[in-house]
Write a new protein. Sequence first.
Length: 135
Amino acid sequence: MKKHILRFACGGIFYFFVEVVWRIFMKHGEASFLMAPMAGIVCVTVMALYDKKVPIIFNAFIGAALTTLLELIVGSVALFCFNHRFWHYGRINWNGIIALDWFFKWWGVCFGVLFARRLLELYIKRRKQSNGKNV
């Protein structure tokens, strides 16, 4: 349980940081703290699937699909219930809430995070093995 809480917090904080930097770089509105829990949910899900040895490419697809689904839910509630728009996608999109090109970007982000985790695990494993041989 502690592992999932840590993953939720790290995923949410990391995403919010990226969101703030992105919006400053693009000069595009303000970031919302509401995005952090969405990222936390995706992070917990993707890392739990990683622990279960789900292939990285498929796991990244699930992460992108979950991100898009959460954006659809949160964006729809914000737009249709409160007449507020957190983001507006400019390409192939549905009501500016979700977009096909961003699905593939989220897939790439999830893949990158999972691949980086795998590389880190391999690095740590090799360091442990080399330290054991030197003793």
